[in-house]
Design a protein around this ligand. Sequence first.
Ligand code: 3MF
Ligand code: MG
Ligand code: MG
Length: 391
Amino acid sequence: MAACGGAYSPQTRRKYFISGPQWAAAYQGQALFHAPTRKPIGFERVIEEYAKIGIGHWAAHDTDVIPTEALGTEEQSAIVSRIQSALQKNGLDCSMVTTETFYHAVWAASPAAEAPEVRDYAAFRVENTVRIGHELGAQFAVYWPGSLGYYVQGAIDETETLRWYAGALNAACEADIRIAKEKNRPTLKHCLEAKPFEPQAEILLPTSDAMLGFIGSGLLTHPEMVGLNPEYLHELMWGAAPRAALARALLADKLWHFDINDGYRLKHDVDIAVGLVNPLDWLNVLVLLRSHGYNGPFNLDYKPPRTTSAVSFPTAVDRFITLWEMAGEVMSDGIIKEATDALKAGGGAVGSKDAGAIAAANRELLTLHELIAHRLVQILLGLHRGRTYSV
Ligand code: 3MF
Ligand code: MG
Ligand code: MG
């Protein structure tokens, strides 16, 4: 930030509903073909760093902070109290909790495996996470069923597996209703996160649209408690236009939580920080969200590159804020507004049933699509504010 300038203050950053996940800051740079490049860090340090930067919300998987074997024990209660004090001391909120159902060997055949003991254990895990969420004051629970699928075809029955997976979500929602009543708190918003592949070869719910179908399938006992946590890159990974995927979620009233990052189309989950690959598309995504009143969290689900020290968060947050503010400029831009109004007024052939005449009346008008696109690039590059290049 010192070299590049233009940083926002921690106070300004805190005005946005930005959350920092435990796993992003603690990511050590490891992958299938990569050894870690950074040392492990715990939640106390991460929460302290987020506070210094001005990231006001924190999120975690259960096993990011509690060893698997300690889940549901006295040790869990002791850790949860330490998290509560770290959050309080640093003035952070816990916005979201999530259950790790992809890493441990117990999930080798997914949380909706054939063996009933795996499914009972999955129910215990999501119920336990809901309880932790209430203890930490969270508003959201996220589910990424990355292991819900298969490597080899034909060995599992997809319909049965999906029914079993719905059973785990139903257990979470029902536990939530009980615990929320007990603690006199609102229930959590349960958000499903899709990814088209990885770590499983074939995934049963690969896209946000598949998740919407699943929510409406009749398998959930509380579909009204379940919505989406789309991730920007996960939609690009199957070749979608993320903005269109988000629009479909908005129309269904299910866009509740959003994982923000960047990457490349039809490639693996590189989790690059927001705006470093597709800043123009990101600007357009934020125009969509701002103009539809999205008020949920923006969760920094990226991986600081292996070559970077763990603290690359300020640049990610600041690019997000700049793009968010720029989206406001797009929404109030006189040229874009005039062009959009003109397009909506049409070419003046209303009532005609002559296809040729309607096309002719609109031909010049449709040039405005490219004018709008040009204006968006001008706004992105600051040219609309008089920034010029001379030869
Ligand atoms: C994987 C992800 C996950 C989810 C997380 C939330 C590790 O590609 O995006 O991050 O976001 O599990 O539940
Ligand atoms: Mg994610
Ligand atoms: Mg990802």
